[in-house]
Write a protein that binds this ligand. Structure first.
Ligand code: ADP
Ligand code: MG
Length: 728
């Protein structure tokens, strides 16, 4: 009998399932553990405060003396909060976060003990960088990496550790992380968007990209999750027959949140609130044991940090509640996987959402400007945007009728489509007074009313306009949002810069009025980016065919999707916007390919272990039991046994057939993997894993799942889908 599985089941049955009481006001907890503006005012001198605010607003440098003051103040606050250690908190290219803790505690030469944290410790540190992926940057430049303070994301206390958000770069300046390029992209989009926003309001001095992510996840009982080697090592089930019941009844989605889960959520939200993550919504998702959490949107860099911090907190709080959180995009076959919609917009320092229509024609022209430029940017760089969400795990989800396809397109809804169609008819050059009036009153002027009842939602679109923001829906649940946000803001920055040049040229050379010039340029953009607009069913086979006609990319696998990163156009874009140098782009591509290979390699190994060490022995054990039974019947009934053992014999044979096949497949897969491992070029190796190794996974799984169906329940060693998904 399989011990681990049944021990896990009985352990999970013993969990406390009490009703929780939510007490207290969240607003009082908010930012309790964050060195935010309020605390800065309290702890910093006026000079230091202004210097930090200047760095946040316009990226000005903080000089060493001031940094010392700031460090002193942060230390005083942190120690008063009970912190004993500090760490630079950064985002290496592994996709998650990293930290190296140092104690505040220090000794003076005379042996006096004290708490130390100066400007030097705040501003710069040197983590042991050798273990983080660099895509060859470190070898090429023999450069060590260091972390540097990002004052735009406030320091916070997590447990008893003061965490200082930082970038991670090499001594020669190359980004070794996901934050540095994001900050550069946000700077680029700020510059470009501010210049364009000034057409409409001269007082605009800064534009922030805003991000509101929606995190989906599975919550599985810890004992059950830990009883599965594949979940522990790969984050997903590599085998497992579907449960008799799945998500077809929608009873989970519309049901109440189970009490154990609610108690986890409540604890989680309290932790988040203290750390300044403005969590707002929580609900059940489509698949059993799947949930979602979403905060109020924030400035994009902060939102990215908060998402990474959230994932970390979730792991810890879940553990306390005897759960395991699965962030993998496809933990279970045949039911929905998890994503992380990225809602994105641009907001001015004057408090205007640039993707929200306003009450005057001018405000609506501003809306249209940013709306059409975003469409144009996505049209030009659709393949690059697709590459930003590519990963081995997200490959399972994109295009499998539960998430948008790998083809990028934009949904704007029928009413806004009509507005764009009308704008397409605007005359070339100067506009007649009648045309201007007509445009302002009847086309541009009507947008706010249109949007109010533009409630049709298209869940199949990867990039949908939802009234006052765009929603990028293909982002994976595990993905660091910095990646898609870096690309999206970079392409919009480039587009807005080009737009401004064109408009200015029309004003200077053709002496058009500003609004005439804007209409003229937008008209051309609408014409040339038509192919990206699609309001139909993104899941349909017809759309795939149509996308081919429109010459839209459809890169279904990660190795394919990553190729575009190093094309001439992409490298030029990154250079022009100063987001990534060629060395950095190539390094990133290398890191992503390696990560893809490693993930598949691990899955291949785990699958082999599952088959050889768990599934074969269990199947044989049950087969032996049947054989013994048949022999026993034969002993008693002699020649007459045949008729009596028909059923048993047939199961014995079925098991044998699957065993022969599955063993053969696993051995072939291993050989194929060994061949792939010999390839030196990462691109070729990733391709080999994708095209030669990966196809074995589903074939092997097929036989394992068939065996699960015939082998008796008490012998089956792996915790089943019905247990993982329905025990709450
Ligand atoms: P839903 O899409 O579920 O109907 P909402 O439209 O209210 O819900 O918002 C969904 C997400 O969009 C929320 O996480 C929210 O923070 C985010 N969001 C709303 N406005 C903006 C904005 N201007 N910029 C970025 N994200 C936003
Ligand atoms: Mg949404």
């Amino acid at each position: 009998m399989s011990k681990l599985r049944f021990k896990a089941i009985s352990e999970s049955a013993k969990r406390e399932r009490g009703v929780i009481e939510e007490k207290g006001r969240r607003s009082e907890l908010f930012c309790a553990n964050v060195f935010n503006t309020e605390r800065m005012l309290q702890y910093l001198t006026k000079d230091a405060y202004e210097s930090v605010q200047g760095a946040i607003f316009s990226g000005t440098k903080i000089d060493r003396k001031i940094a010392d003051q700031v460090a002193e103040a942060i230390k005083a606050w942190a120690i008063s909060m009970g912190a004993t250690h500090y760490t630079h908190w950064f985002q290496p290219l592994t996709g998650s976060t990293a930290e190296k803790h140092d104690a505040f505690f220090d000794l003076l030469p005379d042996g006096t003990a004290l708490e130390k944290f100066g400007g030097r410790q705040l501003v710069q540190q040197e983590p042991d960088a050798s273990s983080f992926p660099s895509g060859g940057i470190r070898n090429t430049f023999e450069a060590r990496g260091y972390t540097a303070w990002d004052p735009t994301s406030p320091a916070f206390i997590y447990g008893t550790t003061l965490c200082v958000p930082t970038v991670f770069v090499s001594y020669t300046g190359e980004a070794l992380d996901n934050k540095a390029p994001l900050l550069r992209a946000l700077h680029a989009v700020d510059e470009a968007a501010t210049a364009v926003a000034k057409y409409f309001d001269k007082t605009v001095a800064k534009v922030n990209a805003t991000l509101g992510w929606e995190q989906e996840y599975f919550l599985i009982d810890k004992a059950l999750a830990h009883s599965r080697p594949d979940i522990i090592l790969t984050g997903r089930t590599l085998v497992g027959h579907t449960a008799a019941k799945g998500q077809q009844l929608d009873d989970h989605y519309f049901g109440v949140i189970p009490s154990r889960v609610l108690s986890f959520m409540s604890d989680l939200e309290k932790e988040c609130t203290k750390l300044g993550i403005p969590v707002k919504t929580r609900h059940n998702e489509v698949a059993p044991n799947q949930f979602e959490l979403a905060p109020v949107f924030e400035e994009a860099n902060l939102a990215v940090d908060h998402n990474l911090l959230l994932m970390d907190i979730m792991d810890k709080v879940a553990d306390k509640h005897n759960f395991k959180v699965l962030f993998h995009e496809k933990p279970f076959a045949e039911i929905n996987g998890s994503g992380k919609h990225n809602n994105w917009s641009l907001a001015t320092d004057t408090g205007v959402n640039l993707l929200s229509p306003g009450s005057t024609p001018m405000k609506n022209l501003q809306f249209l400007t940013f709306f059409v430029n975003t469409i144009k940017a996505v049209n030009t760089y659709e393949e690059l945007l697709r590459s930003s969400i590519a990963s081995a795990s997200n490959d399972h989800r994109l295009g499998s009728n539960e998430a948008p396809p790998a083809i990028f397109s934009i949904f704007v809804g029928s009413q806004l489509s009509r507005v764009l169609d009308e704008l397409e008819g605007v005359s070339q050059g100067k506009l007649s007074p009648e045309e201007k009036t007509e445009l302002k009153l009847n086309v541009v002027g009507k947008i706010p009313e249109i949007l109010l009842d533009n409630t049709d939602r298209n869940r199949t679109s990867p990039f949908a306009f939802t009234g006052n923001k765009f929603e990028m829906r293909g982002v994976g649940s595990k993905t660091n949002c910095a990646k898609p946000m870096t690309i999206l803001n970079t392409i919009v920055a480039k587009q807005l810069t080009d737009f401004k040049k064109e408009v200015d040229a029309l004003v200077d050379k053709k002496s058009l009025k500003k609004d005439e010039a804007i209409f003229n340029v937008l008209r051309e953009y609408i014409k040339t980016s038509k192919r990206i607009r699609f309001d139909g069913d993104g899941y349909s086979a017809e759309w795939e065919k149509e996308a081919v006609r429109r010459k839209l990319s459809n890169n279904k696998t990660t190795p394919q999707a990553l190729k575009v990163l190093t094309t001439k156009e992409s490298l030029e874009l990154f250079k022009a916007t100063k987001v990534l140098s060629e060395v950095e782009v190539r390094a990133r591509q290398e890191v992503e390919l390696d990560s893809y290979i490693l993930h598949l390699q691990i899955e291949g190994r785990v699958l082999k272990e599952l088959v050889y060490n768990h599934i074969l022995p269990a199947s044989i054990e049950y087969q032996n039991k049947l054989i013994k039974n048949v022999m026993g019947i034969k002993d008693i009934y002699g020649a007459a046994h045949k008729k009596l053992t028909d059923g048993q014999l047939s199961i014995i044979e079925q098991i044998a057939e699957h065993l022969v096949e599955v063993k053969k497949l696993v051995d072939h897969m291993t050989d194929t993997r060994k061949k792939a491992n010999k390839l030196l070029d990462s691109g070729k190796k990733a391709n080999a894993y994708c095209e030669n190794v990966k196809p074995y996974f589903s074939q092997i799984r097929y036989h394992c799942d068939k065996l699960e169906q015939v082998v008796e329940d008490q012998t089956w060693p792996l915790t089943k889908y019905r247990e993982l998904l329905f025990i709450k």
